[in-house]
Design a protein around this ligand. Structure first.
Ligand code: ATP
Ligand code: MG
Length: 331
């Protein structure tokens, strides 16, 4: 029921190009974590390494006591069944319609009858708002629909670990809100461990239990949401608040002259930490903790206005609307 992933000293390069070095973090069982980072810092490579598609140069990835890095191919195949993965490009088979794409893992990994496959496929397609699009080919639908079809496929095996690469790229803001709500509801229902890669700061501030930031070939920080959202660490602060002042430049790092030109410029104050987004049916979130608990426990004063009700997350998502219906509307 949701497993922890313990990553220790993970290092990856392609030839002489070092991607990241010595990444150490634990994705807590059953919690939602978000990984951020400038484009090209290796977030997608990180997901592919976690699922065993890419071999790291060093380090370990331990799940249920097994180190994926050293597992034999046969055992790795078994461990992979724990994972549902939404790749950044959706990775759908172009010649198969959406129904067959979503059914693929069931036909590949289980002995379920076609009627059982049909029940599961239609249920998951409904969940992501794609009912009625079963016969469409990936080339005939919008990018956002391809994302959602990829998500339906990632869900069919009831995974214990969901790795989701940029679910919101190509989605409009309203559907991004609905997909965020879907993740939170799913997390409460199926108790999977989630790792979501996103560039969406609004989602990052309200959806996860934990946040990580990959920057300049290393993991700059990983920890509870409140820790990152109250952090004064320059890179974390700049990235989580989408500011131009700070060490991150247009092409990764600013040089000394650029940084000198900024010295003395005052940083805008940290914005209030919003409440975490709740489930749509009011049931508690799997890893729910009282708002402000981390700050209190660590003697950190949160920015003024933090944790006020009415400040809860992505605005405009009606708590009573059926997520699947709304996702599917007007596509
Ligand atoms: N199979 C591969 N072989 C060689 N280099 C690769 C391979 N896959 C990725 N890279 C390189 O690794 C680096 C990190 O790529 P990655 O796709 O993980 O970035 P990212 O953080 O996901 O970026 P974005 O936010 O744009 O999706 C890039 O320089 C990329 O060119
Ligand atoms: Mg990527």
């Amino acid at each position: 029921m949701g497993v922890a992933i313990e990553v220790t000293g993970l290092t990856k390069s392609f030839g002489s190009q070092k991607i990241w070095n010595d990444v150490t973090l634990t994705l807590p069982a059953g919690e939602i974590s978000v990984m951020l980072g400038p484009s090209g810092t290796g977030k997608s490579v990180f997901l592919k390494t976690l699922v065993g598609l890419l071999k790291p140069d060093a380090g370990s990835i331990v799940i249920n006591g097994d180190d994926l890095v050293t597992l034999k191919e046969h055992d790795l195949y078994e461990v992979r069944k724990l994972f549902g993965v939404l790749f950044q490009d959706g990775a759908l088979f172009g010649s198969m319609n959406l129904y067959d794409n979503v059914a693929f893992p069931l036909r590949e990994h289980t002995k379920k009858s076609e009627s059982e496959v049909r029940r599961i496929v239609l249920e998951k397609m409904d969940l992501v708002g794609l009912s009625g699009a079963e016969d469409k080919l990936p080339g005939e639908i919008s990018g956002g629909m391809r994302k959602r079809a990829g998500l339906a496929r990632a869900l069919v095996l009831d995974p214990e670990i969901l790795l989701i690469d940029e679910p919101d790229s190509g989605l409009d803001p309203v559907r991004t809100s609905y997909i965020n709500q879907l993740f939170i509801d799913l997390n409460a229902q199926i108790d999977a461990t989630f790792l979501i890669v996103t560039h969406d700061i609004n989602s990052t501030r309200t959806v996860p239990d934990n946040i990580g930031l990959l920057y300049h070939k290393h993991l700059a920080m990983f920890g509870p949401r409140e820790m990152l959202l109250s952090s004064e660490e320059p890179v974390v602060r700049q990235f989580l608040n989408a500011q131009t002042i700070g060490p991150i430049g247009m092409s990764e790092e600013k040089d000394a002259d650029e940084l000198a030109a900024e010295s003395g410029q005052e940083l805008p104050p940290l914005p209030p930490i919003p409440l975490q987004l709740g489930t749509s049916d009011g049931r508690p979130r799997r890893a729910a903790k009282p708002a402000g608990e981390w700050c209190r426990a660590h003697g950190v004063t949160p920015p003024p206005g933090s944790f006020l009700s009415g400040n809860a997350g992505v605005p405009g998502v009606s708590q009573s609307v059926e997520v699947s219906t709304a996702l599917g509307a007007a596509t």
